[in-house]
Design a binder for this molecule. Structure first.
Ligand SMILES: *[C@@H]1O[C@H](CO)[C@@H](O)[C@H](O)[C@H]1NC(C)=O
Ligand SMILES: *[C@@H]1O[C@H](CO)[C@@H](O)[C@H](O)[C@H]1NC(C)=O
Ligand SMILES: *[C@@H]1O[C@H](CO)[C@@H](O)[C@H](O)[C@H]1NC(C)=O
Length: 576
């Protein structure tokens, strides 16, 4: 457990002198709160500044199974070091390195996405030398300048979340003071605030749902960039910009933490307003908890009837449950968030989950998640929605819902099936199956000889065979391991990691795969590099490596009883 220290309670229990100090402090705080309560009766302050409290993680560990599997954890940490140093030597300061050619890419406004997004991973792993270099870069960067339009969603989850997480990790003592001293900690927070303030114009719409982009020069919100429609000519254009649940509903963990750190309510308030049209949805919805989307950011009206937990909708549902873990118990809306999450998870289970019918050479049935695109049920799932097992398991544990627990673990088995069925043992970007019940005429059926053969042997067929560095399967395994304590989830994570390292490791980092069914060098002409896509998104270092490592390390590291993970894998303290 490099660099990890427990904080809080234990310090006071042992030393009688500090117990006395604690008692005195509690008295003073109580007195202060009473006076405050009477002078401003409406202002709510978090009254219990204690960390932890939620009993999420498994507790009945036997025979030391909760300890790190040191050899495996170290192998994953070595992969993180490899990614870091290849980037450091070849593309330092750029957003991404190109893992095959060693080139660089500016994909996220040029502030060094790799550096900010990987920082919380480096911190948890205790890679202090690497983290110090990253902090130097972070303090030197002007996060308020960008010549390109800024995407508020991506910027919030990758950059703002990364910066805020560093402050929390430092305050919690996970990052020692010789790496981040008080002055550095304050300077990082200042960078986070500057960025959050620069993103402010995003929320300047009649509904509070964010603009697709912000122009940092004019400090104004902007519609979708025209490239979007050139690159995706099928994408419908509407009168006003439209937004999906994920983009408007995944900033509240980051901003709520910023509000806690600064005492300024505006950050959380803007995010609350941004997701209000989903949480307090006034349009008639077919299934409880699942709003129709996307929504018009000017009128708040749904422009289409899409309902699912897949890409574009996913992290709204994730943030509902995580917000109830993160927010102080005085937050008046926690009951609403909990009830929305539970309804949405049950709607998902009742309406969108479907078992695959047995295939000629594969009798087993697997649980997959389709999507509704009114009036059609689309029998297609993507890798992104493999986050759902982990998030639903988290909710089932926190809210004590047995049905959801069984559901989550069945979904996780479905995701695993897509991994172990391919020659690379890595799951594809998206796939389809023949639903066993209820859908006599599925929208998708295997059409090509390849699809037929994949379906016959494994009961599903890939509809996009790429692997894009995505973390969701490992993320869900991390939750499953920490919550159930069942060794198989750790084993599955190791199995996935071994495959990922073997097939994606390239000269300058970890590449994406063109086809998880064709990974042998000799299947590709020339030097075999054609099997790779020359791209390494920052979530590879923010999430994929982090979740793999956290599943192998001791269960007290970044415990789910004390930390909430953002949709980008950044950790925020649970302070209630
Ligand atoms: C713990 O170890 C003992 C002795 O090695 C073994 O008999 C027992 O089955 C183990 N228990 C579990 C839960 O694995
Ligand atoms: C980044 O890429 C550009 C070309 O795209 C190249 O000119 C430049 O030298 C690269 N920078 C580094 C540090 O390799
Ligand atoms: C909050 O939202 C308002 C619009 O309602 C916007 O003008 C302001 O810049 C936002 N501030 C922050 C910090 O997000």
């Amino acid at each position: 457990m490099p660099g990890f220290r427990r904080w809080g309670k234990s310090k006071f229990q042992k030393n009688p002198e500090s117990s006395f100090k604690l008692l005195a402090a509690v008295l003073v705080i109580t007195l202060y709160l009473i006076i405050k309560e009477f002078s401003h009766p409406t202002v709510r302050t978090p009254v219990r500044p204690a960390t932890a409290g939620a009993r999420i993680q498994f507790t009945e560990w036997r025979n030391g199974t909760d300890r790190a599997d040191a050899k495996k954890a170290d192998q994953i940490k070595a992969a993180m070091k490899y990614a870091f140093w290849r980037y450091r030597e070849n593309a330092w300061g750029y957003d991404d390195i190109m893992p095959v050619s060693g080139g660089n890419m500016t994909t996220r406004n040029g502030w060094g996405a790799f550096i900010v997004d990987s920082a919380s991973t480096l911190a948890l792993m205790g890679l202090w030398r690497e983290l110090s270099l990253s902090i130097e870069h972070i303090l030197r960067t002007d996060f308020t300048y960008s010549k390109d339009p800024v995407d508020p969603f991506e910027t919030t989850i990758r950059y703002l979340g990364g910066l805020v997480s560093l402050v929390d990790l430092s305050d919690a003592g996970v990052i020692p003071a010789n790496i981040i001293d008080q002055e550095t900690r304050d300077a990082i927070l200042k960078q986070a605030l500057a960025l959050a303030d620069a993103l402010g114009p995003a929320y300047d719409t009649p509904t509070g749902m964010p603009w697709p982009r912000v122009d940092f020069g004019t400090q104004k919100g902007m519609p979708d960039p025209p490239e979007l429609f050139r690159e995706h000519p099928d994408k419908p254009r509407y009168a006003n910009p439209v937004i999906g649940p994920a983009r408007t509903g995944s900033s509240i963990l980051e901003t709520r933490t910023l509000t806690r750190l600064t005492g300024n309510p505006i950050y959380a308030a803007n995010s609350t307003r941004a997701w209000a049209p989903l949480v307090w949805n006034k349009w008639k919805t077919t299934w409880p908890g699942m709003p129709d989307a996307p929504l018009d950011i000017v009128t708040g009206e749904p422009v289409s009837r899409q309902r699912h937990w897949d890409g574009g909708h996913d992290s709204y549902y994730e943030y509902l449950v995580k917000m109830t873990l993160l927010a102080p118990s005085s937050d008046p809306y926690l009951g609403v968030y909990k009830s929305r999450f539970l309804s949405a998870a049950h709607s998902l289970r009742n309406h969108l989950a479907s078992r695959s019918a047995p295939a000629p050479n594969h009798a087993m049935q697997h649980l997959f998640l389709g999507r509704q695109s009114d009036p059609w049920y689309l029998n297609r799932q993507s890798h992104l929605s493999c986050f759902a097992p982990g998030t639903i398991l988290l909710g089932s544990q926190y809210y004590d819902d047995k049905y959801l627990r069984t559901f989550a673990l069945a979904l996780l088995e479905g995701c695993r099936h897509t991994y172990v069925s391919t020659p690379s043992h890595i799951g594809p970007e998206s796939w389809s199956w023949i639903p066993k019940f209820g859908f006599d005429d599925p929208v998708y059926a295997p059409a090509t000889p390849r699809q037929l053969s994949e379906w016959e042997t494994s009961g599903f067929w890939s509809t996009d065979a790429k692997y894009r560095g995505r973390p969701e399967y490992l993320e869900s395994l991390f939750y499953a391991w920490r919550i159930t304590g069942e060794a198989r989830y750790r084993d599955w994570a190791w199995e996935a990691w071994v495959a990922l390292e073997k097939h994606t490791k390239a000269e300058f980092g970890f590449a994406e795969l063109r086809d998880v069914y064709r990974v042998k060098e000799e299947e590709w002409s020339g030097d075999g590099k054609g099997r790779w896509v020359d791209r390494q998104e920052s979530y590879w270092v923010a999430e994929t490596i982090k979740y793999a490592w956290l599943t192998m390390t001791g269960v007290e590291v970044a415990s789910l009883d004390s930390w909430v993970f953002s949709t980008e894998g950044h950790v925020f303290r649970m302070i209630r």
